[in-house]
Design a protein. Structure first.
Length: 578
């Protein structure tokens, strides 16, 4: 628990003038006045994000600045409205109804955003899936959600076991090859995005919903069981809007870039809603990460507000300050980070290199929006996640629910509710209630402490969930995949600390009779997980063991594996089999 030198407020004129003032008399109901539904009573988050700006005379303003190595496009709010209206009509023609789950599995392109908004406009529930997912991950998610329609590309289609998914009625193919015969003309249930969009009207009859109606499902990992479908409702827009104002400090003329993919919650809450609810120009960059590409994106678009992740900042730090000097980043005024601990040295490096503070903030898929943050108008303590958002009460509590005093480590918990809180875990009441097992509190699963000034400091996960490069991986999912491999008898998976990725995935494996450890086998196993589940879920390290530590009931003891790995005491072994 060592404190580092706080970094003073560097510029003036932020949306939030003073943290203390913002907390005084804070009331979420005051935020509602920003929305048209405050007057009309008609709710739809896609309307508030896009159409509202057209109706209030800002239709010509650029909403989306898209580029990837092959495309460069710009869409105004009016064009976004037309395209998403068209897509809503495509869905209506297919018979999609309010509450239906419509999933999106494709790389970041403008079509992804048209689809996402169109889904919301017809009152359906969007399920964006990260493009790197492989078949097993796709099957789990489409099966559990009983998605009725999927937007995907011809290239990704081979990873969708559509014949084994009875609920899935429609596949809308988008991108290169979508018009090729065979994909959609011969098989029932297939259609071409481009063809349908061309035929659809640009005027959609919006489905007005209730604030508590569903709009989005993100699957995320826990330490046991399959991924959980975290269910969010339209009301979340309140939090997206206000955190966009006070944390991202978004203003009328900002050019904003969030580097996250909409397959993860940061890519929806802060890659779609926060900027557009605030009427701000949103930069989307497709393709792969490289320092030159990213700095080029900042320069070319004149990005002013940049929201990224520790692993990216660490990679940029690794690439050195010389690369930075080749680019003009003078427009940048506000930098933010989320997803895993932001090392104090990265904050200090950012200050030296960009001349700006990087503002760490904390939240989760389940919380739907930022709950703890460093604000532009507040001193930044490098290494701390900051202070609770006004109107949000965060605390450190023990396992009985008692609030702990400053400097004591315990469960990071949030007083319920807040506007963007998940409303259920899809079809899993039991998992949902685990988060709320102490009355009045949401238990995050993180451990942390609060200092005397009210700043929160992340200490670790309480469960076995792994955070590798900001991506949350459940050890159980990886273990389940591993034991499908014909050479593997048992597998135990842990997160191992890593200077760039935060944690890497390490697998301990015992082999079946007749199989011998070898480097080839390690490689084969890595590829097996990569191709079966997802690249980011593949173990970077594999260690073969004759036997794995297990409880008498047969559960693999990951904490013992971790202790072995880190040379720590193994703790209580009374439940371990001999
Ligand atoms: C977990 C949530 C919603 C943001 C993207 C990740 C870890 C998140 C921080 C931070 C230290 C952090 C926590 C949390 N985490 N932000 N600023 N400092 N750890 O969302 O995949 O749902 O993961 O990410 O462990 O519980 P997620």
């Amino acid at each position: 628990m060592k404190e580092t030198e706080p970094i003073k407020v560097m510029t003036e004129g932020h949306n939030m003038k003073s943290y203390a003032k913002a907390c005084e008399n804070f009331d979420w109901r005051d935020m509602e006045k920003a929305f048209s539904w405050y007057e009309t009573g008609k709710v739809n988050a896609a309307y508030e994000a896009i159409d509202r700006h057209v109706d209030s005379g800002k239709g010509d303003k650029t909403a989306l600045l898209y580029s990837d190595p092959k495309r460069e496009e710009r869409y105004s709010f009016r064009e976004m409205k037309e395209q998403s209206d068209r897509f809503g009509n495509v869905l209506k023609k297919l018979g999609i109804q309010k509450g239906d789950r419509v999933f999106i599995f494709m790389p970041r392109t403008p079509e992804l955003y048209f689809s996402f908004l169109g889904i919301l406009k017809v009152g359906a529930i969007a399920g964006p899936l990260f493009e790197a997912f492989m078949e097993a991950a796709i099957r789990d998610r489409l099966e559990d959600s009983e998605a009725v329609a999927l937007v995907t590309t011809p290239q990704l289609l081979s990873r969708v076991p559509h014949k084994e998914l009875p609920a899935l009625k429609h596949i809308i193919l988008v991108g290169e090859g979508e018009l090729d015969e065979g994909f959609y003309q011969l098989e029932e249930g297939f259609c071409s995005f481009r063809k349908e969009m061309a035929e659809a009207s640009t005027e959609l009859e919006m489905e007005w919903v209730d604030r508590e109606d569903g709009m989005l499902i993100h699957y995320t990992s826990g330490s046991t069981g399959k991924p959980k479908g975290v269910f969010h409702v339209h009301n979340a827009m309140l939090q997206h809007y206000q955190t966009g104002k006070w944390v991202l400090d978004l203003k009328e003329d900002d050019i904003y870039w969030c580097t996250a993919d909409p397959g993860w919650v940061t890519g929806t809450s802060y890659g779609i809603f926060a900027p557009w609810l605030n009427g701000v120009t949103n930069v989307i960059r497709g393709g792969r990460f490289s320092p030159e590409d990213w700095y080029g994106t900042l320069e070319k678009n004149g990005v002013t507000v940049w929201y990224s992740a520790p692993t990216a900042f660490r990679m940029l730090m690794g690439a050195g300050a010389d690369v930075v000097k080749q680019f003009d980043l003078s427009k940048l005024r506000h930098l933010l980070s989320v997803g895993e601990p932001l090392n104090p040295e990265v904050v200090r490096w950012g200050l030296e290199t960009y001349g700006k503070r990087i503002h760490d903030n904390w939240w989760m898929t389940e919380t739907g929006g930022i709950l703890i943050s460093n604000y532009p108008a507040m001193e930044v303590k490098p290494g701390s996640m900051g202070k609770p958002f006004p109107g949000v009460k965060a605390a450190i509590i023990d396992d009985q629910g008692n609030e702990l005093p400053p400097m004591r480590m315990g469960n990071l918990a949030i007083r319920t509710p807040w506007p963007s809180m998940m409303r259920k875990i899809w079809k899993n009441e039991a998992k949902y209630s685990e988060y709320f097992r102490i009355p009045g509190w949401y238990i995050s699963g993180d451990s942390a402490y609060r200092d005397e000034d009210g700043y929160f400091w992340f200490q670790g996960r309480i469960d076995d969930v792994i955070n590798t490069s900001g991506e949350r991986v459940g050890p159980f999912e990886v273990e389940s995949k591993l034991v499908e491999h014909p050479a593997i008898a048992e597998a135990g998976v842990i997160g191992k600390p890593d200077p760039v990725r935060g944690e890497i995935i390490k697998a301990f494996i015992s082999l079946r009779k007749g199989h011998e450890p070898s480097d080839e086998l390690k490689e084969q196993i890595r590829v097996f997980v990569k191709e079966g589940l997802a690249a980011h879920a593949a173990p970077r390290e594999i260690e073969f063991k004759d036997k794995l530590p297990k409880t008498r009931s047969g559960k693999i003891m990951r904490r013992v594996l971790k202790a072995w790995e880190l040379d720590l005491p193994t703790g209580d072994l009374s439940t371990m089999e001999d």
